[in-house]
Design a protein around this ligand. Structure first.
Ligand code: HEC
Ligand code: HEC
Length: 365
């Protein structure tokens, strides 16, 4: 009798222990699943290991490599500017002008290049080579706020400029050529296109992604020699060993535009300032890179920009520009300057001290 109860108690105890172990294993498995799925951040291939945890072996490590793309490190705000859809270009005369303007921005060289059908005025580049996607792209020198902000006092020329005057400056500098007639059909059409693209933008409105990104300054000068290494690895395949680019089959425009040399933008162009070049390259090059998915570190972008800016290109006489020296951009690569920093430092940095000195003088005045 006594022995029987004892045996029953032992059996019961064994049962209880067994169930406790089952529950414990289950608990461990649950915890493992939670840990794995949390640390995998909801990415797709995560809890495979945990599924086998019922056997009692606790999975200790979550998978560390993952083929799924992580969320972009640099998200674009939901309310960022977007170019209007081209299907909204109106019919009729005004729409025709907008469409023609867009065509001229995209294929400038067919009309004004060395084999241009209207006039031979430029180096063969297209506006769109730098104002990407017809000037509709974030951090790709878009035209979003251009028309809303003109006419505007230009620090470069020292007077108030109408939009047409600013526009043709890119013919004289970026396209290293001559300005077309500012009252002609072509310039008026480009302006109509720019007005259409910026139709939702108000004067003075701050926009995410306009012009090019202002990269954080480096503590040291940008280094052309280090930039050459980047260039050879990541740019040369398209832009050529001599930065000469590659003409399209019809020889009228470039498949890959030149970055330096006699067919490139001249030294009076906006791209000849390293902050503009570095920010543009970071967000758009090698071709396919975007703000969300850049392919270069900031340092690589600064250095490759320095390399490109260190190479020869057409010269523009700019002695009439920047009458007020204090208005010169800090990275303007030609003296004289209102401060004591060298031309070398203004061209390649480091920029922190220049910026600080500029702030001091403007605080005083
Ligand atoms: C080599 C690159 C490059 C090419 C090619 C180029 N631009 Fe530009 N453009 C720039 C850069 C960089 C800026 C901004 C920096 C500055 O103010 O100079 C700019 C500024 C402008 C602006 C002023 C924008 C604003 O919001 O103030 C207009 C308008 C413009 N470009 C029109 C054109 C047109 C039209 C063409 C073709 C005929 C053209 N650009 C070709 C690089 C280029
Ligand atoms: C896969 C080809 C390709 C590679 C690689 C590439 N680019 Fe470009 N790049 C282009 C194309 C195409 C354009 C013109 C874009 C357009 O017209 O839409 C361009 C335009 C440019 C421009 C503005 C136009 C000009 O000629 O000044 C710069 C600056 C530039 N690239 C720099 C670079 C740098 C720096 C690298 C390397 C980090 C690089 N690119 C790598 C294809 C490439």
């Amino acid at each position: 009798m006594e022995e029987q109860t004892e045996q029953e108690v032992v059996r019961a105890l064994v049962k209880i222990t067994r169930y406790t172990i089952y529950i414990a294993v289950l608990l461990v498995a649950c915890i493992a699943i939670i840990v794995v799925s949390l640390s995998a951040g909801g990415r797709k291939s995560a809890p495979v290991v945990a599924a086998t945890a019922g056997s009692g072996d606790t999975p200790v490590s979550a998978p560390t490599t993952d083929a799924a793309a992580p969320a972009p490190a640099r998200p674009i705000p939901a309310d960022a500017w977007k170019a209007p859809d081209t299907s909204t270009i109106p019919a009729g005369k005004s729409g025709e002008m907008i469409r023609y303007g867009r065509e001229l921005v995209a294929h400038t060289s067919n009309y004004f290049g060395p084999k241009g059908s209207i006039a031979m005025l430029t180096n063969g580049m297209n506006c769109q080579n730098c104002h990407l996607d017809g000037g509709s792209r974030l951090f790709g020198n878009n035209y979003a706020s251009f028309m809303a902000s003109y006419p505007k006092l230009s620090n470069r020329s020292g007077h108030k400029e109408p939009a047409s005057e600013r526009l043709v400056e890119c013919f004289e500098r970026s396209l290293a050529g001559k300005a077309p007639d500012t009252n002609g059909r072509e310039v008026r059409s480009i302006l109509a296109y720019m007005k259409w693209i910026g139709r939702d933008v108000k004067k003075g409105q701050k926009l995410f992604g306009s012009a090019s990104e202002k990269l954080p300054f480096m503590d040291v000068a940008a280094n052309p020699a280090k930039g050459q290494v980047v260039y050879l690895a990541k740019c040369q395949s398209c832009h050529g060993a001599g930065g000469e680019g590659m003409l399209a089959a019809d020889k009228k425009s470039y498949t890959y535009p030149p970055l330096w040399g006699k067919h490139s933008f001249n030294d009076g162009a906006g791209m000849y300032r390293i902050t503009n070049m570095a920010g543009f390259v970071k967000n758009n090059m090698p071709y396919g890179a975007t703000y969300q998915d850049p392919q270069l570190s900031d340092e690589e972008a600064w250095n490759v920009a320095a390399y490109i800016e260190s190479m020869p290109r057409p010269h523009k006489d700019q002695h009439g520009d920047w009458k007020d020296l204090s208005k010169k951009p800090i990275d303007f690569p030609f003296g004289p300057y209102a401060d004591q920093f060298s031309q070398q430092q203004h061209k390649y940095g480091p920029f922190q001290q220049i910026k600080a000195a500029q702030k001091k003088t403007s605080d005083k005045s």
